[in-house]
Design a protein around this ligand. Structure first.
Ligand SMILES: Nc1ncnc2c1ncn2[C@@H]1O[C@H](COP(=O)(O)OP(=O)(O)OP(=O)(O)O)[C@@H](O)[C@H]1O
Ligand SMILES: [Mg+2]
Length: 166
């Protein structure tokens, strides 16, 4: 489980720091733990989950769950497997149910799971990764797309907010 000391807002300066955060959290997770991960394109969701997977001790590689809705990474240490899922294209809680994820026996990281995981477990952790607002973030909606993509890759601090839900 995620200890109380992780709760709150963390400024994460680099991709390496994001991976370390995931690693530290992953070390403490056990079967039944559910994490809902939210953040825009290029925010660092996969980077975070890669660290988490290492800390947990499951087989990689961790990829963005773009084509497969849920991928299971078996444990390398006899512990819980990691189910890395993308709820983006899942319609609602009923459809999520159809995926038949064994939440009791797994650690589940559900990207874009807000509003959909209710019913999977009584409590979970909500982790949001944001690029700080202000500066150039605001013009990505109407700006030139290739420039936006480049900026998203730039080494820039992220703000990670961890809360216990609901
Ligand atoms: N502070 C930071 N935290 C996390 N990633 C960072 C940071 N600074 C730069 N990066 C870079 O940003 C990119 C984040 O990519 P990543 O694939 O983890 O994002 P994502 O949220 O999974 O995106 P997608 O929605 O496309 O799957 C990486 O190239 C990483 O090196
Ligand atoms: Mg990703």
């Amino acid at each position: 489980m995620i200890a109380d000391e992780w709760l709150g807002t963390h400024e994460i300066e680099t991709a390496e720091a994001m991976e370390r955060l995931g690693h530290g959290i992953g070390e403490r997770l056990v079967a039944g733990d559910l994490i809902v991960l939210t953040g825009p394109l290029g925010a660092g969701k996969t980077t975070f989950t890669r660290g988490l997977a290492e800390g947990l001790g499951v087989r990689g590689p961790i990829q963005s769950p773009t084509f497969v809705i849920a991928r299971t990474h078996p444990s390398l240490t006899g512990g819980a497997p990691l189910v890395h899922a993308d709820a983006y294209r899942v319609g609602d809680a009923m459809e999520l149910d159809d995926l038949d994820i064994d939440v009791d026996a797994s650690v589940v990281v559900m990207e874009w799971g807000r509003g959909k995981v209710e019913g999977l477990r009584e409590t979970w952790w909500d982790i949001e990764i944001e690029r700080p607002t202000g500066g150039r973030g605001a013009d990505t909606m109407c700006g030139d797309l290739s420039r936006s993509a480049e900026e998203l890759d730039a080494d820039a601090p992220r703000v990670v907010t961890i809360t216990r839900a609901p």
